[in-house]
Design a protein around this ligand. Structure first.
Ligand SMILES: [Zn+2]
Ligand SMILES: [Zn+2]
Length: 290
């Protein structure tokens, strides 16, 4: 299978690119995309590591967006990203994440777990990576205040007392899809099941319709959060709206959420082929570089 949803230490994953790709090769995955949040920092390293392990590779990203009170993610895939276009389009997102992290720190401090932005900066795996994520806050709760990983995650994720939703800074679904297209990629609605879980089916259906109108290319069907009913529903939706189907483990490292999904949840060969065809159809002039 192919795993088109993976996180490294360039965003909120725990493993370096080389550790991550070695784990995927050991799990006998055939092709991969490292989809770190709101940046392409690991692309060159991931492409090289994939080649070393004889895995197929497509460069990916996971972009944050917000609509109708829901935080959501849009995946992008390309064989030839225009990295500067992406970085320029994500500037507000990155600064928004920093303000959000500072607000989360205030909330943590209010409930008795004092943290500073310097704590987060010092703990970074890669100093050039400018996005402070909720996970960075959670990790400091475990390191500085001795909270269990699950407890820290609960406090910093949806519904938790230190959690902050994305703000006005987040892209709309339309803007996220446009940015991905402008930068040479195809756009895929990530784990739609989390939107219905957090905000309800009506919100999900509204966002799905908006994304289809925004010419989204695909929907992530295979994901550890999706039960069999959600998977079947999304499969049918993709077929009705002529969307490509993608999937992956959304792996963040051993001991993190979606534990056990590596090498178990991913995309069958025929859907991987359709991803390539969709890219070819949208960017017929672009040569495949990997
Ligand atoms: Zn996501
Ligand atoms: Zn993800």
């Amino acid at each position: 299978m192919y795993d088109l949803h993976l996180h490294s230490s360039y965003s909120d994953g725990d493993q370096s690119i080389s550790e991550l790709v070695a784990a995927l090769a050991a799990a006998e995955v055939r092709g991969i995309s490292v989809t770190d949040h709101n940046g392409l920092w690991g692309d060159a390293e991931a492409a090289a590591a994939a080649a070393e392990h004889d895995l197929e590779y497509i460069a990916g990203i996971e972009i944050s967006a917000r609509a109708h009170g829901a935080d959501l993610h849009i995946l992008g895939y390309s064989h030839a990203w225009q990295a500067q276009v992406l970085a320029a389009g994500l500037q507000d997102t990155r600064s928004g994440y920093e303000r959000r992290a500072k607000r989360m720190i205030e909330l943590c401090t209010e409930v008795g777990y004092a943290l500073t932005i310097d704590d987060l900066t010092a703990a970074r795996s890669h100093q050039q990576q400018p996005v402070y994520m909720a996970y960075d806050v959670g990790r400091m709760l475990t390191r500085k205040h001795g909270l269990a990983v699950a407890e820290a995650r609960k406090l910093t994720s949806h519904g938790g007392s230190c959690h902050v939703s994305y703000g006005e800074w987040a892209l709309t679904p339309q803007a996220a899809v446009d940015l991905i297209h402008d930068a040479g990629g195809i756009a895929v609605f990530a784990h739609p099941g989390t939107v219905s879980y957090e905000e309800g089916d009506d919100t999900l259906n509204t966002i799905l319709a908006e994304l289809v109108a925004a010419t989204v290319d695909g929907v992530e069907v295979y994901h550890p959060f999706h039960d069999s009913i959600t998977t079947a529903h999304l499969q049918q939706y993709a077929q009705q709206h002529e969307l490509v189907v993608t999937g992956g483990s959304d792996w963040h490292g051993p001991g993190r959420y979606h534990e056990g999904s590596l090498g178990k949840i991913g995309l069958p060969d025929e859907d991987w082929v359709r991803v390539g065809q969709r890219l070819q159809a949208r960017f017929p002039q672009a040569a495949s570089t990997h």
